[in-house]
Structures are given as C-alpha cells and as structure tokens.
Design a protein around this ligand. Sequence first.
Ligand SMILES: [Zn+2]
Length: 230
Amino acid sequence: MNKIIILNIKFRFGDVEDVIHPVILNDDENMVLIDCGYTGFLPAVEQAMEENNLSCGDLTHVLITHHDHDHVGSLSELKQKYPQIQVIASKKETPYISGQFKSLRLEQAEAMQPNLPEEQKEFGLAFCNILKNVQSIPVDIEVQNGDFFNWCGGCTIIETPGHTPGHISVYVQQKEIMVAGDAAVLENGELVIANPLFTLDINEAEASLQKIMTYGAKEIICYHGGIFIP
Ligand SMILES: [Zn+2]
C-alpha cells in the first residue's frame, strides 16, 4: 500500500483566508509528513490527518523542505507530543532549524524593517516577532541531493535552492509525483517561483523550478497552491 495524501489546512490571518498543503507519504512501514505548518498549528495538522483517517501517532518522519515558519512552525509541538517522529532536513537548512544559526528570513525581515513605509512598519514588526517565536529543534537525519529513501517504493531528495539556500523537494518515483515545497508555487494555474520578495536567490530559484520540470512528473504538489498537472 503506497499512498500519497495531500492535506488541506485552511486558516485565516486577519481578513485573509489561506490554505497550505502538507503532504503525507504512507506505506506499510513509514508515514512521512512533509512540512507541518505555522507555530500553533499542531491541532490543525492533527485534524487534517484525522479527516484522512490518519493519526500523528503513526508518523515515523517529518521532512522539512526549508526553515520558513509556515513549514517548520509547529515542528517542536509535534515532536514534543509525538517523540517517535524522526526529523529530516537538508544539511544546509539544519543549522537554521536547530537554532545554531539565526533564521535567514528573520535576518531579511529585520534588514527590511527600517526601510518599510511608515504604514507597514507595524506589520513588519509583527512579522519579525512571529519569526522569533519559532522554536528551534534538533534535526535527526540530515540529507542532501540524491539521497534515497524507500518510502512509497522509492523517493529521492532533490536540492532545489533559491527560496532558501538548502530547500529540498522530494520525488516519489513510482507515482511520478514531485513534492515541491516552496520551490514551485501554483498561482492562477501557472507554476512559478515563490514570491520574489521572499526568495533569497532568484536566479537559483528559477534554476530549481527548471530542475523540477526536468523530472517529467505527472503531478507537482505545491505547498502553496496544491496540485499542478504539467
Ligand atoms: Zn511557504
């Protein structure tokens, strides 16, 4: 039994409704959650799992595509409640997840803060505080490009830097499905790089999007936007 389940976690920040799509890879031995939502989202993750007749208690791994707060935010809550879960991230993202290095997103936001127009300063400050509140947590398994796991008949780790330096995607070979994290975003039916404002290296991000396309996947799953069928 090899199953890929795309979670729909809907939420509202102020007036804005949004949805994120963590992904579950489930076979007879492993249940892998790819990305886990914002800080405080553990109940939402649990509920989304239950809606699919799954339980966080059965998770074996959580793979974090990159250290942004909407992907890693609930990780420490998740690991605390379900300590059996092994945390996987790329070698390059690990120091930011484990707290050894300061979040690059926080550095970026703090650098932007003095230059923000007056009416955006409050929002900017609130954003910095949200980033500061992300709890750091040790990574159990560090991966790099080409690393292989036997989940769902075989999965390959693909380095897709740009949005952040150590961003990874996961290619599920048998199903020909690419789980792209934020290396690809589905916007108005088009596959694009994530918001350039929050992309730390645009040229790298564009190259990573091209790299993803070379796999000829039948489906590309975007954390923001959902399923893209090329
Ligand atoms: Zn994101």
